[in-house]
Design a binder for this molecule. Structure first.
Ligand code: MG
Length: 229
């Protein structure tokens, strides 16, 4: 159990907390490769180069431009092609995505005991497709996609998503427990509303510095749920 009063509700992040975001990014890189092949590029080479760029840091802009440079596409030709390739990336919708081990059971266990929300950042259509593809769309009492509250400015560490989730669940925001993988986003948003948090060490940010620190740390979502059981 966590220190402090009993939690009133639990908020779970989606990307790299419920499922490996790398699985989604790999699919998106394949979609870009197919779009590249359709305009005469070496599709598999574009996919490989983009995948490498995304693994080096998926939050950085310009990943497609750099992948084309790695493939030896001249800058003028790249400038012509990038809009269609970006469209292929944004338009990619996974049919199925894997979840982390025992993640679905963990969500069921949590929901049996607490009101349960998902608070996630990103393009709303893409985040909804991920929820459907992972099969967890119905695992929550409510889903808050921060971009729908106020665009990119509402993304974590902005606490608006947590405030909205607390309101929808009918609990005080400071009695939420937030489970997420990114200290600078999930833990920071929790701290901003005085809520406790559990960091999961899964995905791209597993080794990121503990800043700000979480109330507790767990190897994955299943272990985080066990802390709250
Ligand atoms: Mg995340």
């Amino acid at each position: 159990m966590l220190p402090g009063p009993p939690p009133q509700a639990v908020v779970v992040d989606l990307d790299d907390t419920v499922f490996p975001q790398a699985a989604y990014l790999d699919g998106a890189a394949r979609a870009v490769g197919r779009a590249g092949a359709a305009v005469g590029l070496d599709g598999p080479a574009v996919t490989r180069a983009l995948r490498a760029q995304l693994r080096a840091g998926s939050d950085r802009g310009g990943t497609i431009d750099r992948a084309l440079a790695v493939c030896g596409v001249p800058p003028e030709r790249a400038a012509e092609l990038v809009p269609a390739l970006v469209a292929a990336f944004i338009g990619y919708r996974p049919r199925r995505l894997p979840v982390f081990p025992r993640a679905r059971t963990a969500l069921t266990t949590l929901r049996a005991r607490y009101p349960l929300a998902c608070v996630t950042d990103g393009n709303p259509a893409i985040q909804r497709a991920k929820l459907a593809a992972t099969g967890v769309a119905d695992a929550f009492d409510t889903v808050v996609i921060t971009d729908e509250l106020g665009g990119r400015a509402a993304r974590k560490p902005c606490p608006d998503g947590l405030r909205r989730a607390a309101e929808l669940l009918g609990v005080p925001a400071d009695l939420l427990v937030v489970i997420g993988d990114r200290p600078g986003k999930d833990m920071a948003a929790a701290a901003a509303v005085g809520a406790r948090s559990i960091r999961v060490r899964t995905g791209e940010y597993a080794d990121a510095p503990d800043e700000p620190p979480a109330t507790a740390t767990a190897p994955d979502l299943a272990a985080a749920a066990a802390i709250l059981h």
